[in-house]
Design a protein around this ligand. Structure first.
Ligand SMILES: Nc1ncnc2c1ncn2[C@@H]1O[C@H](COP(=O)(O)OP(=O)(O)OP(=O)(O)O)[C@@H](O)[C@H]1O
Ligand SMILES: [Mg+2]
Length: 271
């Protein structure tokens, strides 16, 4: 199978089904990607909507399962973002959030805890990135942690929890969303809020304002992760986390009225 990008070690490519239709095939390559793929397949059996590709099959005949989806390779996968794309994504999110959630889903607040507690416990991965000094972190961690706690994640809506351009395409005048293994119950605001840092990085125009408490939450999320060792099953993840952190950190400081990140002073001040 060819390589379609994406951030995990799942294999992906195009195949022709016995009835002649083309399908996008996403195959598990190890236990972890198999677990994610099974979760994703389960979701495709439970929900349907114009905001997601059709499920065309599930093949367990080989050593690892393969998920077969409507082929969207001719759709437009941003970036670049064109005028109006962002509103199409918002319309798709609205449709998604209004879709009845299937039973048995996890919840956004359970999947995504307040990561500032992790940063407080072990600040070195964040400080090793040299975006802020130990003194900066000492001075502002409490404000970020408190703001982050006010970000509402819990809710009753079906949410995707991984909205980013690599999981979105524009097809026939509507946005379609792929990569469903994180779908959960949550507050509908989380999908658009979590999307904003990557959208801005790619030159897109935010269709909604970033709220200070979600900004604080996002900085914590990326700060707790971007400096950790690479994940072998998802080798591209740390660099995209770092890019989003660099984007959202100064943004959040502005929104919270906190001193700008002081960069490059390293971890020495704190250890
Ligand atoms: N139905 C589809 N048709 C065409 N291309 C697709 C389709 N689904 C995904 N892709 C392409 O493959 C890439 C990876 O797919 P996907 O996001 O589902 O995998 P992933 O990021 O590796 O996911 P996971 O985190 O579940 O392992 C997408 O970024 C997109 O370029
Ligand atoms: Mg993906």
């Amino acid at each position: 199978m060819g390589n379609f990008g994406g951030f995990t070690a799942a294999s992906r490519g195009l195949v022709t089904l016995s009835d002649g239709r083309r399908a996008f095939a996403k195959g598990a390559t190890n236990d972890l990607t198999e677990e994610w793929l099974r979760a994703e397949h389960h979701l495709y059996t439970q929900i349907h909507g114009s905001f997601m590709p059709q499920l065309l099959g599930w093949d367990e005949s080989s050593e690892r399962p393969v998920l077969l989806l409507e082929d969207l390779s001719r759709a437009r996968w941003p970036p670049p973002w064109r005028a109006g794309d962002e509103s199409l994504v918002m319309a798709a999110l609205e449709e998604l959030h209004a879709t009845p959630a299937p039973p048995g889903l996890s919840s956004a607040e359970k999947e995504f805890t307040n990561s500032w507690l992790d940063v407080a416990e072990d600040p070195l991965p964040f400080l090793s990135l040299r975006l802020v000094s130990g003194a900066w972190l000492d001075a502002h961690l409490a404000a970020f942690e408190a703001a982050s706690r006010r970000a509402v994640l819990a809710g009753r809506s079906l949410v995707h929890l991984d909205i980013r351009s690599d999981n979105l395409c524009l097809n026939d005048g509507r946005a379609m969303i792929v990569d469903w293994n994180w779908a959960a119950l949550g507050d509908p605001a989380v999908d658009a809020q979590f999307w904003l840092p990557s959208l801005v990085l790619e030159g897109g125009v935010p269709p909604v304002e970033l709220e200070p408490e979600y900004a604080a939450w996002l900085v914590g999320f990326f700060a707790a992760r971007a400096g950790l060792p690479m994940i072998p099953d998802a080798p591209g993840v740390r660099s995209i986390q770092l890019a989003q952190l660099k984007c959202v950190l100064p943004w959040a400081c502005r929104l919270l009225g906190v001193e700008r990140p002081d960069g490059n002073s390293g971890p020495r001040g704190r250890v």
